[in-house]
Ligand binder design. Structure first.
Ligand SMILES: *[C@@H]1O[C@H](CO)[C@@H](O)[C@H](O)[C@H]1NC(C)=O
Ligand SMILES: *[C@@H]1O[C@H](CO)[C@@H](O)[C@H](O)[C@H]1NC(C)=O
Ligand SMILES: *[C@@H]1O[C@H](CO)[C@@H](O)[C@H](O)[C@H]1NC(C)=O
Ligand SMILES: *[C@@H]1O[C@H](CO)[C@@H](O)[C@H](O)[C@H]1NC(C)=O
Length: 511
C-alpha cells in the first residue's frame, strides 16, 4: 500500500471574547498519490470552518442508544447473557441510554401471561445468526419478559417498547388487548417503560397487511388512551413514531404526521441503513459518498417534521450499516466504525436528538459479538458517550476525504468549556493535523486504529496503539494520550477524538 502523508493545519482565528471562529486549513486531497511538494502546500490548502458562536444542536446523555431485536425472543434470547457480570458492566458503560426492543418480529410477537416459563422450542445452539423467519407468529412468556426488565433496571437503561401493531380488529383498527395484558402485568411488577412505539416499518408491510398512515395516527391515539389506563405507571410514558424505513418512507412519514400523528408523539422517528447485507462490499464502509447518503435522509425527516411541528424532536430510531442483519465479517469489525462515527457526527450536526444503534447484541451488526465479547463499535460507542455531549457546532470543509465534527466535550468527564473534535481518515494515507491556535494547550488524544493484523476486518480496535479488550469482567481504562502541542498524525484508516480541556469555549462553559 502506498502511504502518502498529507497535512491538516488548523489555523484558528484569534479567540477574542466576541469572536471564536475556528479555521482548519488542510492540504489538498489531490496530493493523495503524488508527493506533496514542500513549496506548494499553502496553495493546496483547504479550509474547514467551525463557528463556535452558535450551536446547531444540543445532544443529551441519551443521544446514543441501542436495541435488541424482538426476534431474539423467538429464540429465547439466544446466547445473550442477562446474568453475566461482564455483560452488565458493558451495558452500564453505556448508561444512561435508551434501549429499544423492536424490529420486524415485534409485529409477530404476542405476550402470553399464562405461560410463566418459556417457549423454548425455537432455541438455537451456539448463538447462530438466523436472518430469516421474522414473519411467523410467536409468543413471549412471562419469564422472557421478566429477565429483560430486571436487566434494564440493573444497568440503568431507559426502555422503549415496540408493540405489535398487526393485532387488528375486523374494522382495521388496532386492537390493544394484548398490549393491555402486557401493561397490566408490567405495572404489577413496577417495570418502568419510558416510551412506546407501535409496529415497525409499516411502509414496508405487504399490501395484504397494509395499515394506512391515517389509520396508524388513529392507532397512536388508542395507544395513548391505553397508557391513560395506568395513571400510576405509564401515564407519563411517551410515544415515538412512525418508525418508517427505506423506500417509500417519505410519503408514509409525512402522511402519519399530517394525519395528526404528531400530536401523540414526543419524537418523530425513522430508520436508516446504508446498503444491503447481501452486497458484501468492503469499500462501501469507507466511502464518503455513502456517508453523505444519510444526510439526505435526515434532511427529509427534519423538513417533513418541521412542516407540521417546528419543535418536535426527530430520532433515527433504528440504524446500522447494512439492512438484512448486517454484513457478515464486516458490520462487526473495525471497519464498521467509520460509518458509525460519521453517522453520529452527521446526525448531531443536522439536529437529530437520538440515534439508536441496531444492535447491542445479535446478528452481524451487534456491538457485542455472539460470545458476549465487545466488538470494535462497542468501544467507539463508549468513547463517544464519554467524550461528546452538549452543544454541537457546524463544521464545514471543502475537502471531502477527511471528515471533521466539533462539539462541546461531555462536562461530566472534562473541565467546563472543553471542546471535542472528532475526525475520520477513511483513506489509505495518513493525515496530520495541527491546532496552532491552541498551541500552548494540552490535547487529549483518543486515536482508534485496527487492533491487529486483520486491518479493516480486524475483530479488535486499538486505542492509542493499545488493543482494547475486557479485563475479566471489567472495562480497561480508556485513557487518552496527553500531547502538549504540535502536530497529530492520523494513521491511514483511523478515526478518533481530540479534547481541548483549556479551550474555554463560551457556549461550552455556559451549557
Ligand atoms: C420458524 O418459525 C416457526 C413458527 O414459529 C417455527 O415452527 C420454526 O421452527 C421456525 N424455523 C426456524 C428455522 O427457526
Ligand atoms: C462510493 O459510492 C458511490 C455512490 O454509491 C459510488 O458511485 C462510488 O463508485 C463508490 N466508490 C467506491 C470506491 O466504491
Ligand atoms: C466469517 O469469518 C469466519 C472466520 O473468521 C468464517 O469462518 C466465516 O465463514 C465467515 N463468514 C462469512 C459469511 O463470510
Ligand atoms: C453550516 O455552515 C455552512 C457554511 O457556512 C452553511 O452553509 C450551513 O447552512 C451551516 N449549517 C447550519 C446548520 O447552520
Amino acid at each position: 500500500m502506498f502511504l502518502q502523508l498529507t497535512t491538516i493545519l488548523l489555523h484558528l482565528a484569534l479567540c477574542s471574547a466576541t469572536k471564536d471562529v475556528v479555521h482548519f486549513s488542510v492540504n489538498s486531497a489531490q496530493g493523495d498519490r503524488t508527493p506533496v511538494k514542500e513549496d506548494n502546500s499553502a496553495a493546496e490548502m483547504a479550509t474547514v470552518t467551525v463557528n463556535l458562536q452558535q450551536a446547531v444542536n444540543r445532544i443529551g446523555s441519551h443521544f446514543v442508544g441501542v436495541t435488541i431485536d424482538s426476534q431474539q425472543i423467538r429464540y429465547n434470547w439466544n446466547s445473550f447473557g442477562f446474568g453475566s457480570t461482564k455483560v452488565q458492566n458493558m451495558a452500564r458503560a453505556l448508561s444512561p441510554s435508551y434501549f429499544r426492543l423492536g424490529g420486524s418480529a415485534a409485529d409477530y410477537m404476542t405476550f402470553d401471561p399464562t405461560n410463566q416459563k418459556g417457549h423454548k422450542g425455537e432455541n438455537l445452539q451456539g448463538g447462530q445468526v438466523y436472518c430469516s423467519n421474522f414473519t411467523t407468529q410467536f409468543y413471549m412468556s412471562v419469564d422472557q419478559w421478566d429477565i429483560l426488565n430486571k436487566f434494564l433496571q440493573a444497568v440503568g437503561w431507559d426502555f422503549i417498547m415496540d408493540l405489535n401493531a398487526l393485532q387488528r380488529n375486523a374494522d382495521g383498527s388496532w386492537n390493544p388487548a394484548n398490549a393491555r395484558q402486557l401493561l397490566q402485568y408490567s405495572a404489577s411488577k413496577n417495570y418502568k417503560i419510558a416510551a412506546f412505539e407501535l409496529g415497525n416499518e409499516y411502509n414496508l408491510y405487504p399490501s395484504s397487511l397494509a395499515v394506512t398512515p391515517a389509520q396508524l395516527a388513529v392507532d397512536y391515539v388508542t395507544l395513548q388512551n391505553l397508557l391513560g389506563e395506568f395513571p400510576q405507571d405509564y401515564y407519563s410514558s411517551f410515544l415515538v413514531g412512525p418508525e418508517t424505513a427505506m423506500g417509500g418512507e417519505e410519503k408514509y412519514f409525512l402522511g402519519f404526521l399530517q394525519a395528526g400523528g404528531y400530536k401523540t408523539i414526543r419524537a418523530s422517528s425513522f430508520h436508516s441503513y446504508y446498503f444491503s447485507a447481501q452486497e458484501k462490499y468492503l469499500p462501501h464502509f469507507t466511502n464518503v459518498s455513502i456517508m453523505n447518503y444519510l444526510g439526505g435522509k435526515i434532511e427529509l425527516a427534519m423538513t417533513q417534521t418541521r412542516q407540521v411541528d417546528p419543535l418536535l424532536p426527530v430520532w433515527l430510531s433504528e440504524t446500522s450499516t447494512a439492512y438484512g442483519c448486517g454484513t457478515a465479517n464486516m458490520s462487526d469489525r473495525f471497519v464498521a466504525g467509520f460509518l458509525w462515527l460519521d453517522k453520529l457526527g452527521l446526525s448531531a450536526a443536522m439536529g437529530i436528538q437520538s440515534v439508536i444503534r441496531q444492535t447491542f447484541y445479535g446478528f452481524n451488526y451487534g456491538i457485542l459479538d455472539l460470545d458476549l465479547n465487545p466488538n470494535p463499535d462497542f468501544w467507539l460507542t463508549v468513547l463517544y458517550k464519554r467524550i461528546v455531549r452538549g452543544p454541537v457546532f457546524n463544521a464545514t470543509s471543502d475537502r471531502s476525504d477527511v471528515r471533521a465534527y466539533v462539539a462541546c466535550a461531555n462536562p461530566d468527564n472534562f473541565k467546563a468549556g472543553s471542546l471535542a473534535f472528532y475526525f475520520l481518515n477513511p483513506n489509505d494515507y495518513s493525515v496530520t493535523f495541527d491546532l496552532p491556535q491552541f498551541d500552548a494547550q494540552t490535547m487529549l488524544i483518543y486515536a482508534l486504529t485496527a487492533g491487529d493484523s486483520g486491518g479493516l476486518l480486524s475483530k479488535f480496535s486499538a486505542l492509542n496503539g493499545m488493543k482494547l479488550e475486557m479485563s475479566g469482567d471489567n472495562l480497561p481504562d480508556l485513557k487518552p494520550l496527553s500531547a502538549p502541542k504540535g502536530p497529530v498524525s492520523m494513521a491511514p484508516y483511523s478515526f478518533g477524538f481530540v479534547v481541548l480541556p483549556e479551550a474555554r469555549v463560551s457556549i461550552c462553559l455556559n451549557q
